[in-house]
Design a protein around this ligand. Structure first.
Ligand code: MD6
Ligand code: FE
Length: 205
């Protein structure tokens, strides 16, 4: 991968590499994601309270993040098909080791599909056993308005995540609160049918 510049956001441990993936690399990754998705279709999970997410999800890797009436957890199989998740594309494994330097590979890759008015509320990523391992996030398609603030509370700030941007929650930002407030519709033509795909890579257990 070509070298990319890490931008300082003022949030210690939140790392942002704008344009980490070239347009060509974005198209290649999207093709891999869509072919794996044929095996593990996007579905709409519900919250533990029974509310459907506006985002559709699937996963790649040994473990996938799921939510249902029983809560949030990682599991080895797709909740609708009952089959194992497809493997994480090699491009993403390479990106993880190149950008995070973490000595072990990610076990889980959550794939979020946003169309139209889909969004994601303010949350922390804390369903993982080792909260010192980073979370790496890759954005494809329409630009998203991403909001982030410290774990303990206080003000949040908004950052735009465009197609090909990569960011990570590491160290003191690992438990940062963050949200996708909205998409900027029509800002990219990458995803067929429009919208945005986000991939988050994690150590789960
Ligand atoms: C999204 N991202 O970009 C949602 N989590 O669609 C996340 O929830 C996220 O971007 C952990 C680390 C980075 C992220
Ligand atoms: Fe998150």
């Amino acid at each position: 991968m070509s070298p990319v510049q890490e931008i300082q956001t003022g949030i210690e441990g939140f790392r942002l590499w704008p344009g980490a993936l070239s347009v060509r690399a974005q198209a290649a990754l999207l093709a891999q994601v869509l072919s794996a998705e044929a095996e593990a279709p996007f579905y709409r999970p519900v919250t533990p309270g029974g509310r459907p997410f506006s985002v559709r999800m699937t996963n790649f890797g040994a473990l996938g993040w799921v939510s249902d009436r029983e809560g949030y957890r990682y599991q080895a199989t797709h909740p609708v098909t009952g089959k194992a998740w497809p493997p994480i594309p090699q491009t993403l494994l390479d990106l993880w080791s190149h950008l995070t330097g973490w000595p072990e590979p990610p076990q889980a890759c959550l794939v979020n599909l946003y169309r139209d008015e889909a969004r994601m509320g303010l949350h922390q990523d804390k369903d993982e056993a080792d909260l010192t391992a980073p979370v790496l996030s890759v954005s494809l398609g329409d630009t998203a308005v991403f909001r982030i603030g410290e774990a303990e509370g206080g003000p949040t700030r908004s950052i735009r995540l465009a197609s090909g941007d990569v960011c990570a929650l590491t160290g003191p930002a690992r438990l940062a609160r963050h949200a996708i407030d909205r998409l900027i519709a029509g800002s990219s033509t990458l995803v067929p049918g429009g919208g945005r795909i986000n991939l988050t890579l994690r150590r789960a257990r």
